[in-house]
Write a protein that binds this ligand. Structure first.
Ligand code: ADP
Ligand code: MG
Length: 364
């Protein structure tokens, strides 16, 4: 080919490629569910498929919100009513697998993630839609009374579809991992519909499907203080990124912040960290783990992360210092300015026989 013709051909090819890239449609939808804005982004899907996917996901989220709400009439609400009786009952198939998976995660986290502390969560007022504003914390005597009863999801006995609680103070609140479950199910639904490239983002907690055209999906991890982005990350097919922070749901009293992640050992908001981000191949495990590591705090989180089988964790402490596991530190691009110091923290080896094996684990 003569140089002029070759140049023209190359130009045409480049234009064609640029045209293709421009043509790959991007569809964005957002709707309210589970107390947050859920954003669905689809890359390269035809308009009809995108519409169907949006309708399916909105319906699924509405269903899951109703079914898994601890404090409104619904399947989990019924379970809570029956747990208080102490008798055996049949748990709905929409709730039973959650109980089984949550028990395994509670056990693996050493009880730091424990959805059996619903009464404590309600006592602190974090069960309602709006926990915010200025109000006093609950009475210390009432916290102490609930702590003395030691409610835990591990008090539940499960035989087939039959469940009972040996402890009448156990009430289930799946707030710490329901969003993870929902995002997992959403991604599974998208796959079945034939979607090959999507991002499901439930208020900063997200999971991706496929790639964004010829590159991975890119996301930002929110800075726990201020409104900006702390770090950017490229997320691989099937990966979930979940963050637990003290800045989403809290109230203040006499200049102190009381946030919604409770330490089951003290009955009070966990201290020491302001946010924990977990990257993992399963959304519900990532969600539960982020909560557990937040409760574990600055000293204990690496040991708990190792026991939970995690490899990618980022934590921010009260002084704004960052710590990340080597596998995540390698991938993070800190974009906050001035850049906060980042320390790489290797996870300890897990003693034989103590590693987590969550029952419902693994990506679908
Ligand atoms: P977010 O909802 O902001 O993503 P989390 O995933 O950490 O944050 O969930 C916090 C919610 O989980 C609380 O609002 C409460 O309903 C529940 N919760 C609080 N502390 C615990 C705990 N130690 N174990 C299990 N659930 C908890
Ligand atoms: Mg969580």
């Amino acid at each position: 080919m003569r140089p002029r013709v070759r140049a023209a051909a190359l130009l045409a090819a480049a234009l064609l490629a640029a045209g293709c890239a421009r043509e790959a449609p991007e569809h964005r939808y957002s709707f309210l569910a589970m107390g947050t804005v859920v954003e669905l982004t689809l890359h390269g899907a035809p308009a009809g498929l995108a519409e169907r996917a949006h309708r399916a996901l909105e319906a699924d989220f509405t269903y899951m919100e109703r079914t898994w709400h601890a404090w409104r009439p619904g399947a989990l609400g019924r379970v809570n009513t029956l747990l208080a009786t102490g008798h055996w009952f049949s748990a709905a198939p929409s709730v039973l697998p959650l109980i089984v998976e949550a028990r395994a995660l509670a056990e693996a986290s050493g009880g730091l993630f424990d959805p059996g502390i619903g009464k404590l969560i309600a006592l602190w007022g974090f069960h309602g839609d709006d926990p915010g504003g200025e109000r006093p914390p609950p009475d210390a005597a009432r916290i102490a009374a609930l702590l003395a009863a030691r409610p835990s999801i591990l008090d539940l006995e499960v035989r087939g579809i039959r469940v009972r609680s040996r402890n009448p103070e156990v009430q289930l609140d799946f707030g710490a991992f329901a969003k993870g479950l929902a995002v997992d199910r959403a991604v599974e639904r998208l796959r079945r519909l034939g979607v090959t490239s999507a991002l499901v983002n439930a208020g900063g907690d997200l999971r991706v499907l496929g790639r964004h055209g010829d590159r991975p999906w890119r996301i930002g991890i929110r800075a726990p203080r201020g409104n900006g982005i702390l770090a950017a990350l490229e997320v691989a097919d099937g990966e979930a990124v979940f963050t637990s922070g003290d800045y989403e749901r809290y109230f203040t009293w006499q200049g102190r912040r009381y946030h919604h992640i409770l330490d089951p050992r003290t009955g009070r908001p966990a201290r020491g960290l302001v946010s924990v981000t977990v990257v993992h191949d399963d959304g519900s495990e990532a969600d539960a783990a982020a909560t557990a590591l937040f409760v574990a705090g600055p000293r204990e989180w690496p040991a708990v992360a190792a026991r939970l089988g995690l490899t990618q964790v980022l934590v921010v402490d009260e002084a704004g210092r960052l710590q990340a596991t080597p596998a995540l530190a390698r991938r993070l691009r800190i974009v906050a300015r001035p850049a906060p110091p980042l320390e790489t923290v290797p996870l300890p080896a897990v003693p034989e026989g103590t590693a987590a094996a969550p029952a419902g684990g693994g990506a679908p």
